[in-house]
Design a protein around this ligand. Structure first.
Ligand code: DGY
Length: 343
């Protein structure tokens, strides 16, 4: 494995017989991942792992696309048209260790015939857990409580100290009942909440659970908690803007573990200032990362975590393993298990 400190000139040796150090195909991995899966690739591939904590710059991505057979990406890597064009004739696949692929120009992948895959399924529970945790934390004011104690304000038990919202019997609105939305709804059901959901189609099994399909406006008006679980597409960008926020109950709690731009951040700030919704609990933001001096962080009714929805150890290991399974399939000339473009 090459844990490089600075980008090295890298040309696949099998395409450069004059420098025939190794005939093994090359893989560029854009981040260090937990687990041993990358080390296991080294018997068959020449593997380079980007050693920095932050993502590789776009020129490094282009350079590696021009030199490597495969790139294993994260949701934060901007895989735009220029990366695919740089990889034309060389790059045989991008396998993303993540489920959302809004960072990838899939039209360019289709045009250039470069397969792109994602890693669905393995982070469903982790993300649903975090959405549920954010909901409970906001409802029961856990972060505020911790700050209160640390600030030395805990002088007495008091009947009205940090009064929160109850889950049991409350209505939760699940916007987007895909894998993660459904796993979140199951958790809510376990806590005896009434579940409303939006979805383009009636979901098989949802009615048997007692989950009720409704349009977005109805869900926003009726729900005490609204949790977003849609992918980011042109249709869902700013799905939640001023008009939609104004429909929410004044003390409702908005949870976002999907993608930041599903919510219009400027509109959210204005709405939160007016207490509608009462609280936003966000694992994803727009922009991301959120600068420490961002106005969102000046509001007391906002709770933010740094896009850690899938961040339990087994899920992160499994995400990379799925990316590698896809890579092996492409390499063997087979259809990869989870293609999203270019095939
Ligand atoms: C994904 O894979 O899309 C998640 O957002 C990563 O946490």
């Amino acid at each position: 494995m090459h844990d490089i400190a600075a980008p090295r000139p890298l040309l696949p040796s099998h395409r450069n017989p004059l420098k025939n150090v190794s005939a093994r195909p090359r893989i560029f991995v854009t981040r260090k991942w937990p687990g041993n899966a990358v080390a296991e690739l080294e018997s068959d591939f020449e593997v380079e792992v980007w050693p920095e904590y932050t993502r590789p710059p776009i020129d490094v991505l282009r350079e590696r696309a021009a030199q490597c057979d495969y790139i294993i990406t994260t949701i934060e890597d901007p895989i735009d048209r220029s990366v695919f064009e740089a990889g034309k004739g060389v790059l045989r696949g991008i396998t993303q260790a993540g489920v959302g692929v809004d960072n990838v120009d899939r039209a360019a992948a289709d045009e250039l015939g470069i397969p792109v895959t994602n890693a669905p399924g393995v982070l469903t529970d982790a993300t649903a857990d975090l959405a549920f945790a954010l909901m409970v934390s906001a409802a029961r004011r856990i972060v505020e409580g911790d700050a209160y104690v640390r600030a030395g304000k805990w002088s007495s038990w008091h009947p009205s100290l940090l009064l929160g919202k109850a889950l049991k019997g409350a209505t939760v609105g699940v916007v987007g009942l895909g894998r993660i939305g459904a796993a979140f709804a199951e958790r809510c059901q376990g806590f005896h909440m009434r579940v409303l959901y939006t979805s383009r189609t009636e979901k098989p099994g949802a009615a048997a659970h007692g989950w009720i399909r409704a349009d977005l406006d109805t869900v926003l008006k009726d729900a005490d908690f609204v949790s977003l679980h849609t992918p980011l597409t042109e249709e869902t960008r700013h799905l939640i803007s001023s008009r939609e926020l104004a429909l929410m109950k004044p003390d409702a709690i908005l949870i976002n573990t999907a993608r930041g731009p599903v919510v219009n951040t400027d509109d959210l700030i204005q709405s939160l200032k007016q207490g509608r919704p009462g609280i936003a609990a966000l694992d994803v933001t727009d922009p991301e990362p959120l600068p420490v001096d961002h106005e969102l962080l000046t509001l007391p009714n906002v709770l933010v975590t740094p896009h850690i929805g899938s961040s339990d150890h087994p899920s992160r290991v499994a995400m990379l393993e799925v990316a590698i399974r896809n890579l092996h399939a492409i390499h063997a000339g087979e259809r990869p298990p989870s293609p999203v473009a270019g095939v």
